[in-house]
Design a protein around this ligand. Sequence first.
Ligand SMILES: [Fe+2]
Ligand SMILES: [Fe+2]
Length: 146
Amino acid sequence: MLSQSDLQQGRGMLRDWSDDYLTGIEEIDGQHKGFFEAAHRLYDYILNCEGEKAVEEAVEFLRDYADTHFHTEEAFMQKHEFPGLKHHKKLHAEFLESLDMLGDNLKVFGPSQHLADRALEVAQDWLIDHITEEDMQYAEYVKEHG
Ligand SMILES: [Fe+2]
Ligand SMILES: [Fe+2]
C-alpha cells in the first residue's frame, strides 16, 4: 500500500498521457502514447502483484516497444542530421539498461511495492522527462531546419 508520505510526495502515481507531450511528429507521438499504455500496464501489474509471468511479459513488451521506438527516433534524427544524435542515443541505451535491471530484479525478487516504485521512477524519468526535455529538442530542430 502507498503511505501517506508517498502520496504527499506525489509518488505512487504514473501520470497519464497529456497533449503537452506531443512532438507534432505523428509516428513518434503514436509510439509515445503506446509507451504510456505499456508503462501503465507494467506498473499496475507490479503493484497488484500479478503473477510473475504477467509481470515478465509486461517488462518484455515495454522493452520491445522501447527498442522499436528508439530505432524510429534515431533513424529520424539521422535523416534530419540532428546534431544531438550521439547524446540522445546514449540516453536511449541507458534507458534500456535501467529496464533490463528492473526486469532482472523482478525475476529474482518477484513483484513488490519497492519494484513498483522503481518501475514508476523508470517510466516517469525516462518516459515523461525524456520526451519533454530530450525528444522535444530534435522535434524543435526539425521544425526549424526542415
Ligand atoms: Fe521518444
Ligand atoms: Fe528519445
